[in-house]
Design a protein around this ligand. Structure first.
Ligand SMILES: C[S@@+](CC[C@H](N)C(=O)[O-])C[C@H]1O[C@@H](n2cnc3c(N)ncnc32)[C@H](O)[C@@H]1O
Length: 401
């Protein structure tokens, strides 16, 4: 691979925004890619993938480069040099690469393989927590969470089916394949920008990881039911519920952030989902009105997001132990309160995109201890290491009395 100066400069600028100003990697990459309309698909892929690599492997590269977490312009070049060296790229004779100790950098990489926190490029506290919660399995999970995520689509069955969508996308030069065990999923065989396709604009699919596609299906919804999606956000699962319910019945989509629900409305329009009613939780009245009213409740709870590090590698550096402790309290409260939405005989799914038992099965076990009128029907832990997709947890509960 030959390095092009303007593309490398775009990478260095992006890293400066992410490492030094704390901006989100996806937002920075999106903005950087708009900088030069002459860049082709390969140039854009180079910028996006290199920036994501440098975010994913920030600690490892920082240790190899000896930059001591000081991300000056000169040190950002050193980080980039580590990336290029480990990729086996021949360095051009630019002044920033003068005197690069290629063999020493490779030697340091080998040296750090015995230290998991550095090798997997995570903070020490996270490595300790992961091992405490998952034991030996943590090794495999954190390795899997450092692999690049596949791009997976969920066919919008309100408008099409996966065979038709596969053909339509091929006409737009996007090749996909189906995934065993995930009926509506199509996986891209090569990374492409799917948001520009006519198929997307027409609402024929959403981008949604395969594991995430299991959640709405777990709730056992039927057309005509009244369903509360209690933490709907921008509606990834809400739209799936609408499709499973064939647009019949009612989905009340709640969230504490009005702007997320606004985005949900936009997406629902594109998807042709007509049975969704977004309600902003701006007072306890909104909540109390729904007690004993729902056939089904989905709690896609706020969580650490440790199951989706593949697609959000900068979360490694944004997450703090305090945040995880607080979010666990919120999860317990949410489960207590929103379970009251259920009618007798109704069912509830509690789900997270975390792999930590303390956010998952332990929350459900604690809830069941104080709620004798609920039964656990089944639960599923989706391991990134075993599935190859995001980490998720889901439990199906039933209100008996
Ligand atoms: C995991 S995200 C939901 C993702 C969404 N269901 C989807 O599939 O796209 C959790 C959501 O819970 C919301 N949330 C946080 N605290 C909440 C609360 N007390 N009540 C309701 N929603 C809450 C957050 O704003 C966030 O949108």
């Amino acid at each position: 691979m030959r390095l092009h100066r303007n593309l490398v400069l775009a990478v260095i600028d992006s890293l400066n925004y992410i490492y030094n100003d704390g901006l989100y990697a996806d937002k920075v990459v999106e903005k950087t890619l708009k900088r030069d309309s002459r860049w082709g698909a390969r140039d854009r892929a180079f910028i996006a993938e290199t920036v994501y690599d440098c975010v994913r492997w920030k600690r490892l590269y920082n240790e190899i480069a000896g930059t001591k977490n000081h991300f000056t312009q000169e040190n950002l070049w050193k980080i980039f040099t580590v990336w290029a060296t480990l990729k086996g790229i021949t360095l051009p004779d630019w002044k920033q690469f003068e005197g690069t100790p290629v063999r020493r950098l490779k030697g340091k990489f080998d040296e750090f393989q015995s230290n998991r926190a550095i090798r997997e490029s995570i903070p020490d506290w996270l490595d300790v927590l992961g091992e405490k919660e998952l034991g030996k399995q943590w090794d495999k999970e954190i390795y899997a969470l450092n692999q690049q995520a596949d791009v997976v689509l969920r066919t919008n069955t309100l408008k099409t089916n996966s065979q038709k969508l596969h053909k339509l996308l091929l006409e737009e030069e996007i090749a996909t394949e189906s995934i065993d065990g995930y009926p509506d999923a199509l996986k891209l065989t090569e990374r492409k920008n799917v948001f520009r396709t006519e198929a997307f604009k027409n609402g024929f699919f959403e981008v949604q990881d395969a594991s995430s596609q299991l959640v709405a299906a777990y709730l056992d919804v039927k057309p005509g039911m009244r369903v509360v999606d209690a933490c709907a956000g921008a509606g990834g699962k809400t739209l799936h519920l609408a499709a499973l319910m064939e647009n019949k019945g009612q989905i009340i989509a709640l969230d504490i952030y009005a702007n997320k629900l606004k985005e949900l409305k936009r997406r629902a329009k594109r998807a042709g989902a007509h049975n969704i009613e977004p309600r902003h939780i701006d007072s306890t009245k909104v909540i109390k009105k729904l007690y004993n009213k729902a056939d089904r409740v989905l709690i896609d709870a706020p969580c650490s997001g440790l199951g989706v590090l593949k697609r959000n590698p900068d979360a490694k550096w944004k997450l703090q132990p305090d945040f995880i402790e607080n979010i666990k309290r919120t999860q317990a409260e949410i489960l207590q309160t929103y379970s009251k939405f259920l009618k007798v005989g109704g069912k509830l799914v509690y789900a997270t995109c975390s792999i930590l038992p303390s956010e998952n099965e332990k929350q459900v076990q604690n809830f069941l201890k104080t709620h004798e009128n609920f039964n656990l029907l089944k639960e599923k832990k989706v391991s990134p290491a075993k599935s190859g997709y995001d980490g998720f947890y889901m439990a199906l509960l039933e209100r008996t009395v």
